[in-house]
Design a protein around this ligand. Structure first.
Ligand code: GDP
Length: 426
């Protein structure tokens, strides 16, 4: 059976923690999209880790961690992370990398930087990990699959061809140093040495695993609102963040994805530019940012302070719907314990009309939040394991949100640790 763990919002919902937790029962964990541009923070017995490309299952002996074909694979970053995890005492994880995964090339990172520089104040707030140039090349059919490392002649020929077009842009648009195919070839041969032991036919492996009744987790990056089709385009990421894409980015039959756990944070945060209707500012935002997550809401990849906001029922209802949610994991609820009252965004006012349906980007820019204020519970809920033991106002908050988003909240995360979880039968 396949379970997908995906985000309802702008990312940073705590998917890493939920994946790590669900991985206890899984055999295989697959990353199916995205790259080293976002990070998961995981706290477990080995310590605190910020993972960018390694699947969150790497901390278990019993799991195989897979990089699916849909991922933007930055090979040096991947192995740096792998070596760091191992050097901190984690047993060497079992890894498989899809022969169809494409590689982030050194020039993708450069082009990402050059383009952000060129756009100046109008930039997308990229993490400059090369993700947008990578996916552009993939769909322009000038990307490089891992499998191509194993035919050196064809690889060199293609590099020469690709460098020709890249160099026109470098010379005339960006005024930067040109690419040398021979240098790139050397670098790719280093990549080859690194990945060779791990490369395999992932879709076939997963097909056989399914036949054997294995439990597979698909681990998404970012969230619904960063999806290139259904998110806040163009302030989105370049690969689909939706569970449906898991079928493609891992190479599995869509009907095998039986459970879709959508992770939804009890308040909002976002990184990068783009409309953020329930955003808050000033001291109110600073306090939530300081108290948020586990040690503050700062980007796991960039360290940038995250933009903060109240829980957004409109965005989350939409985010859960687009994922095809079967279960909501409601996270970081413990953080709200300091508030006397908790505002929640229940509608958007656009041109004088209130809607609860998430609009396209142009309208979103005009939306003003409609807020309802719920009473706080003014206590620390960490350590609680039964739903009934939560303070009444806390349960009311959960049930209010559940009613507004229309999907069952079956897990409530009340701390960063693996065991900080309350299961709720729905
Ligand atoms: P991801 O990219 O969706 O995995 O999100 P992040 O890595 O940004 O995770 C959010 C942060 O919140 C991390 O620092 C987690 O350790 C932390 N976290 C996850 N769940 C909880 C929770 O229920 N309570 C608290 N206080 N922190 C949590």
């Amino acid at each position: 059976m396949i379970t997908a763990v995906v985000g309802a919002n702008w990312g940073d919902e705590g998917k890493g923690k939920i994946t790590d937790m669900l991985a206890q029962e899984a055999d295989i964990i697959v990353r199916f999209q995205g790259g080293a541009n976002a990070g998961h923070t995981i706290v477990n017995d080995y310590g605190k880790f910020a993972l960018h490309t390694l699947p969150s299952g790497v901390f278990y002996d019993h799991t195989t961690s897979i990089i699916g074909n849909g991922v933007a694979l930055n090979i040096p970053v991947f192995f740096k992370e792998y070596n760091e995890v191992v050097s901190r005492g984690v047993p060497a994880p079992k890894i498989m990398i899809s022969d169809r995964a494409q590689m982030v090339m050194p020039y993708h990172i450069l082009f990402d930087q050059y383009e952000e520089e060129r756009l100046g104040g109008k930039s997308f707030g990229s993490t400059k990990s090369g993700i947008a140039p990578f996916y552009s090349d993939k769909y322009a059919k000038i990307g490089f699959q891992v499998s191509e490392l194993f035919d050196e002649e064809a690889l060199h020929e293609k590099l020469v061809r690709v460098c020709e077009t890249k160099n026109v842009l470098l010379e005339h648009l960006y005024h930067k140093p040109l690419l040398d195919p021979d240098e790139l070839m050397k670098e790719l041969m280093e990549y080859k040495k690194m990945v060779e032991p791990y490369v395999g036919d992932v879709s076939l492996y997963l097909w056989n695993a399914l036949k054997e009744g294995k439990q597979i987790l698909l681990e998404g990056q970012l969230g619904s609102l960063k999806d290139p089709d259904h998110g806040i385009y163009p302030m989105v990421t370049s690969s689909s963040t939706l569970a449906a894409y898991g079928a493609i980015g891992a190479g599995v039959p869509p009907y095998e994805i039986k459970k879709i756990v959508t992770v939804c944070k009890a308040y909002s945060s976002a990184v990068g530019a783009g409309a953020f209707v329930s955003e808050i500012f000033g001291e109110e935002a600073d306090e939530l940012r300081r108290r948020g997550g586990d040690g503050g809401e700062y980007g796991a990849t960039t360290g940038r302070p995250r933009r903060m906001g109240w829980f957004d029922c409109v965005a989350s209802k939409y985010g859960c719907r687009m994922q095809g949610t079967t279960d909501v994991a409601f996270t970081v609820l413990d953080v709200l314990g300091y508030l006397d009252e908790i505002p929640v965004c229940t509608g958007y006012e656009i041109d004088g009309k209130v809607t609860t349906d998430f609009p396209t980007t142009g309208l979103l820019e005009k939306a003003k939040p409609v807020l309802e204020v719920l009473p706080g519970w003014k206590s620390d809920i960490r350590g609680i394991r039964n739903y009934e033991d939560l303070p009444e106002n806390c349960r009311k908050y959960i049930e209010f949100v559940e009613e507004k988003i229309g999907f069952p909240i079956t897990m409530i995360s009340n701390g960063p640790g693996r065991n900080d979880i309350i299961y709720r039968n729905k």
